[in-house]
Design a protein around this ligand. Structure first.
Ligand code: GDP
Length: 195
């Protein structure tokens, strides 16, 4: 998809603020620093619409980006490292859980993992959680430019095994730096959101 128009509709802290337009939504999840903002910006060809966070775990809102009046990208706060109080963390965990489990418009989830490391315990929990709720998942292994071509098959194997990836879920190797994998991510988004 060629993106001309994209805007941040709302940084929501409560369900009452979610957009009521009914467009299909795709959520983006991953550990802080995995490259989520960079991926979002690369998908929409913007330099800094989605903030690249220098403070890990700072974003504690659900950010709804209206893409071409056709779908919403929903940027979910990064898990792990959150420098927030326990009570705030619990509050946001409840909000995210409610969003992921009951949002009618949610068509699927893009889960990012770092291509250089085995999926962490948090990554595995998140994937299992998404599968428990029968959400279609696209796993994106980020920062693949930091891995040599010769090692790409090993990355695929490591991520598939580490997450115990379902047959029905896809895996894309991605680089926000080179743009590798961008078209494959868009293909999945369009098919999943049916746009
Ligand atoms: P977020 O916390 O998940 O939103 O992660 P960011 O998008 O802010 O990225 C975290 C760090 O990884 C930043 O220093 C980025 O420049 C770097 N980064 C993100 N994506 C890539 C990538 O594809 N390749 C490389 N080499 N670095 C990346």
């Amino acid at each position: 998809m060629k993106v001309n128009q994209v805007s941040l509709t709302i940084s929501a802290v409560a369900e009452s603020q979610y957009p009521a337009t009914g467009y299909p939504e795709v959520a983006f999840v991953g550990r802080s620093n995995v490259g989520k903002s960079s991926l979002l910006n690369r998908l929409i060809d913007r330099k800094s619409l989605a903030r690249t966070s220098s403070v890990p775990g700072k974003t504690q809102t659900l950010n709804f980006y209206n893409v071409e009046e056709e779908l919403y990208f929903v940027d979910v706060p990064g898990y792990g490292y959150a420098k927030v109080s326990k009570s705030d963390r619990a509050k946001f965990a409840a909000m995210i859980e409610a969003y992921l489990t009951s949002r009618k418009q949610l068509r699927g989830v893009v889960q990012m993992v770092d291509a250089r490391h085995e999926p962490s315990a948090d990554d595995v929990s998140m994937y299992q959680y998404l599968k428990y709720f029968h959400l279609p998942v696209l796993v994106v292994a980020t920062k693949i430019d930091k891995t040599s071509r010769a090692k790409q098959n090993a990355v695929i194997k490591m991520v598939k095994q580490g997450l115990d990836l379902n047959q029905t879920d896809h895996l894309v190797l991605f680089s926000a730096t080179t743009g590798e994998g961008k078209d494959a991510v868009w293909q999945w988004l369009e098919a999943t959101a049916e746009i």
